[in-house]
Ligand binder design. Structure first.
Ligand SMILES: NC(=O)NCCC(=O)O
Ligand SMILES: [Zn+2]
Ligand SMILES: [Zn+2]
Length: 498
């Protein structure tokens, strides 16, 4: 049940501005943002003096209850979302995987799994094969509120699509006004490298790192971006982990492409050296794809976030506990891929980027909330504190410090890649759908309270794409709006007519 809350005396931080203001919440919505708001008779007042009042985080990249690599990620839609709320994230967009190649069946499975949700959520759908049924299902799913589809270039023989399939998928996404997302690593080179590394006698978690050099990610990113350029469709590049891939995103944006580059918290705030730890339990928890890379890559990712080349910070929360990671003991190729982060994202991002002076609090809101709301077309319902927006709000104390640990986190993971780390800043209160659900160190969540948020297709990223197509026809004839006709004998055509 929604509360009537007056958050008084804080500093409201949106992506566009920061101001001293109160926030009035009722009926699950923000009613007013302004100075000296009066508390209605039934309101509870929360004193936010010295605190920042910001939109709740949106994590657009999670894998809850995900069937992957012979096991199921250990956070379901209850525990993963409870962890999210304790860390200030009030909405996530999870990746629904097809069931035996069937998109509609996969979506139904994930919707059923999400019935125990405690906060707002939505889905991207993974496309892992191609035929007419897949194309038709994409249309059905778009009508049902799925406005993004993920294509894997990696995971050969499981999820990976060929370039031909990717092209068909990109074109279908464009037709639907849905945003294609790509996991960019070269699948064939990966298999080759994995075989070579394993044959050389390296079987532990470091083999995962050694068999996924940055050049595979750089190449995959460049290829996906160029194919998206050819089709003239916006592209969302998931989990950019290498400096080279960030450069590819920047190059495409400089060239005028509509590209969103996603960093994940582990990509710039975790440590590559941990995968070399002699203890398998420690090392395996850092195995994710693309891998966590060297400090120099991390520096470049942070610079790309500060400079606006990468536009979103997500997590890729794909939690596998230490007994699940042991599936790959003796063969790094079988270690379930994924790390935690849904609870830690806001804190490690603040600590690494704001507390160090690289970005401003408004940049922080943009990267952790507003930009995802824009990309997935739910702004300003989410991603901003403004009258009429959903009352998903956090109260953040920039002066507090706390320690991240598996002993105190809310995920079902028995490890934490940020174990023992002291971070500056703390989410003191999380308000979800107008209810304080994290307050005073306690969670007050209710299974079933979460809502599926249907995401509409089209939207700003697709605005004017048809006009762009028309002007693109010299370069991109097959996807252009008007076929180019050869001039008749004696007739000349100006460049503008082509
Ligand atoms: N990233 C990762 O290692 N696991 C989750 C699946 C994916 O996003 O590729
Ligand atoms: Zn991926
Ligand atoms: Zn992922």
């Amino acid at each position: 049940i929604a509360e009537t809350l007056l958050i008084k005396g804080g500093t409201v931080v949106n992506a566009e501005h920061q101001l001293a203001a109160d926030v009035l919440i009722a009926d699950g919505l923000i009613q007013a943002v302004g100075r000296d708001l009066q508390a209605p008779a039934n309101a509870r007042t929360i004193n936010a003096a010295g605190k920042l009042v910001m939109p709740g985080g949106i994590d657009p990249h999670t894998h809850l209850d995900a069937h992957m690599m012979g096991t199921i990620s250990c956070d379901d839609f209850y525990s993963g979302q409870a962890a999210a709320l304790a860390g200030g994230t009030t909405m996530h967009i999870d990746f629904a995987l097809p069931s035996n190649g069937d998109l509609a069946a996969g979506f139904a499975r994930y919707q059923a799994a999400a019935a125990k949700s405690v906060m707002d959520y939505s889905f991207h759908m993974a496309v892992t094969s191609w035929d007419d049924k897949v194309a038709a299902d994409m249309g059905e799913l778009a009508a049902a509120g799925i406005n993004s589809f993920k294509f894997f270039l990696a995971y050969k023989g499981v999820f990976a699509v060929t370039d031909a399939q990717l092209l068909q998928g990109l074109a279908r996404c464009k037709e639907l006004g849905a945003l294609p997302m790509v996991h960019c690593e070269n699948a064939d080179a990966l298999v080759d490298a994995q075989e070579r590394v394993f044959a050389s006698g390296v079987t532990g978690p470091e083999g995962h790192y050694l068999s996924r050099p940055a050049v595979f990610e750089d190449e995959g990113t460049a290829r996906a971006l160029r194919l998206a350029e050819y089709v003239n469709v916006p592209l969302y590049v998931v989990h950019v982990m290498s400096g080279g891939a960030a450069d590819e995103v920047a190059r495409a944006r400089r060239g005028g492409q509509r590209v969103v580059g996603e960093a994940v918290a582990s990509g710039f705030a975790s440590e590559e050296r941990m995968v070399w730890d002699a203890d398998f339990r420690v090392a395996a928890q850092y195995v994710m794809s693309p891998p966590i890379r060297s400090p120099e890559h991390q520096r470049r990712l942070k610079a790309a976030l500060a400079g606006g080349m990468l536009g979103v910070v997500a997590t890729d929360h794909a939690p596998f506990n230490s007994s699940q990671k042991r599936l790959g003991l003796g063969d790094f190729r079988k270690i379930p891929n994924g790390v935690n982060g849904i609870e830690e994202r806001l804190h490690v991002t603040w600590d690494a980027l704001v507390a160090t002076g690289l970005i401003t609090p408004s940049d922080f809101v943009r990267l952790t909330s507003a930009a995802a709301a824009h990309a997935f077309n739910i702004y300003p319902r989410k991603g901003v504190l403004a009258p009429g927006s959903d009352a998903d709000v956090i109260i953040f104390d920039p002066a507090a410090e706390h320690v991240l640990s598996a002993a105190s986190h809310h995920s079902r993971m028995d490890t934490n890649i940020y174990e023992g780390r002291t971070v500056r800043g703390k989410v003191e209160t999380t308000i979800s759908q107008g209810r304080a659900v994290w307050e005073g160190g306690a969670l007050k969540v209710r299974p079933g309270a979460g809502r599926f948020i249907a995401l509409p297709t089209g939207g700003p990223l697709f605005d004017g794409l048809d006009r762009l197509d028309a002007s693109y026809q010299h370069r991109n004839f097959p996807y252009g709006a008007t076929p180019v006709k050869r001039a008749a004998p004696g007739e000349t055509k100006s460049r503008d007519e082509l």
